[in-house]
Write a protein that binds this ligand. Structure first.
Ligand SMILES: NC(=O)CCC(=O)C(=O)O
Length: 258
């Protein structure tokens, strides 16, 4: 599986400009041979939470049309990061996943709201899992702060996903933790981790990128710097089979105890 990390800068509170940036990044990823393109968190608005009434995408309709068209145009699967969505007078931080035919496979609302960025005041938490198949490969997706909750990822990883996609707006100040948390999630779940952070800044935070592709042993396959970039990497899914076969941690769990 050839994946692309679409590490873009997000213009705060300017969806029109951000749709243009995402279109350009997907075009670039497709030209580099990507089969799956992964976007960052809240890429339509950034964390412009106080302006969601004006900016959030109602029912995700615009984003769904946009991502579906891009997926078909470039014949790529899209793990569409996440966008701010308005639905029934609530706001969600929502990941949309499309296959190469432009079909919506899953929509996932971020389950763990990040209080330090005031998400708990504006965003309604999701309740459902996010496991799906991309080109016949079992995968799952979570959003940013979710990676601090290993039990949430484990519950889903136990269903078989070989790839864990992560969309993030993770501030520079905590990037050392980002890296270690992602490596731990890769190692404990014996899965590839494909994690995309944004770059740039908003009124409250700087975002330093460092998007990562990690193998099932937590080793770095690809990484980016703190600049906008589209970087592709190949996932050798036989590695997952090999690592899971060599150490059966899923089978060795004591589910009667925890
Ligand atoms: N957007 C987020 O969920 C940020 C999470 C974060 O920064 C953290 O340290 O956790």
């Amino acid at each position: 599986m050839q994946v692309a990390l679409a590490q873009i800068d997000i213009k705060f509170g300017d969806p029109d400009e951000n749709y243009r940036r995402v279109a350009a990044a997907v075009q670039q990823a497709a030209a580099q041979g990507a089969e799956v393109v992964v976007l960052p968190e809240m890429w339509n608005t950034g964390y412009a939470l106080t302006d969601l009434a004006q900016l959030a995408d109602t029912d995700g309709a615009r984003t769904k049309r946009f991502l579906s068209d891009l997926a078909q145009q470039y014949h790529v699967n899209l793990v569409g990061g996440s966008v701010a969505v308005a639905r029934e007078q609530r706001y969600y931080n929502e990941m949309l996943i499309f296959d190469r035919q432009g079909q919506l496979l899953r929509q996932y609302d971020k389950v763990h709201r990040f209080g330090l960025m005031r998400e708990d005041q504006y965003i309604t938490a999701g309740q459902t899992e996010n496991v799906f198949q991309l080109d016949g490969v079992s995968a799952m997706g979570v959003i940013c702060y979710d990676i601090r909750f290993p039990e949430w990822l484990r519950k889903q990883a136990a269903q078989g996903p070989q790839v864990i996609f992560v969309a993030a707006e993770w501030p520079t100040v905590r990037l050392p933790q980002w890296r270690i948390l992602l490596q731990a999630r890769a190692i404990e779940n014996q899965a590839y981790v494909v994690a995309v952070n944004r770059v740039g800044a908003d009124p409250d935070n700087d975002f330093g990128g460092q998007s990562l592709v990690l193998d099932p042993l937590g080793q770095v396959v690809a990484e980016t710097t703190d600049q906008p970039a589209v970087v592709t990497a190949t996932l050798d899914l036989q590695q997952v089979v090999k690592v899971r076969g060599s150490m059966p941690v899923f089978a060795d769990r004591r589910t009667e105890l925890y």
